[in-house]
Design a protein around this ligand. Sequence first.
Ligand code: AMP
Length: 227
Amino acid sequence: MKILFFGPNGSGKGTQGAIVKKKYGIPHIETGVIFRENISGGTELGKQAKAYIDRGELVPDSITIPMILDRLKEDDCKNGWLLDGFPRNLNQAKALDQALKAEGITLDIVIEMILDREIAKGRIMGRRLCVNDNNHPNNINIDAIKPDGDKCRICGGELKTRSDDQDEEAIDQRHNIYYDTETGTMAGVNYFKELSAKNNGVPRIIELDGRPGVQEVSQELLEKLEK
Ligand code: AMP
């Protein structure tokens, strides 16, 4: 199963993505996580990406596109993958579509989490990252996933914040890119919707309301994936 997961920063797509990963047993490839691992590992890629990430800007396509297309060629991607955080603009959407077509790979599903940017912003600022597992959801602004004091609600691990999550300017910049229907992420979403309309519903488009609680959104997502 090959799946793209779109949603503004703070919509909960990382949390819901973990559920999709489990359901299909496919790798959950998160562009932002790859960049952050490279930054903490002090790699050349991390050094190149850091300044862009700190400002909430996109890392240039010349770095990001080959990085992801190479990742999709790794062994664990043979039976499918869930891409989260890529494509992030129209150019990346077209590059991915072309690369998949060239390899004869069919994209099965495109999930779009829909959430107003003010709500998304509040969620981003409340987000806490567990040092043990990036998929342990903790958010001081969401009752269902409030941390246990200052520790992870799942494993009791230490919690951290991302510096770009506490910088309102960087958040606004990330959202400006997401909601941009000309060349930004929404242009990429619309690109795949048009493709689906022209191609008898392939990829299948699943729209999700991101406003309800984590459990409700998961339930809606799983129901829609079963159909
Ligand atoms: P995220 O963890 O998805 O919020 O991503 C964190 C940051 O990584 C973004 O603000 C960008 O600077 C960078 N990034 C993530 N995905 C991409 C992408 N597909 N293209 C360019 N930059 C990206």
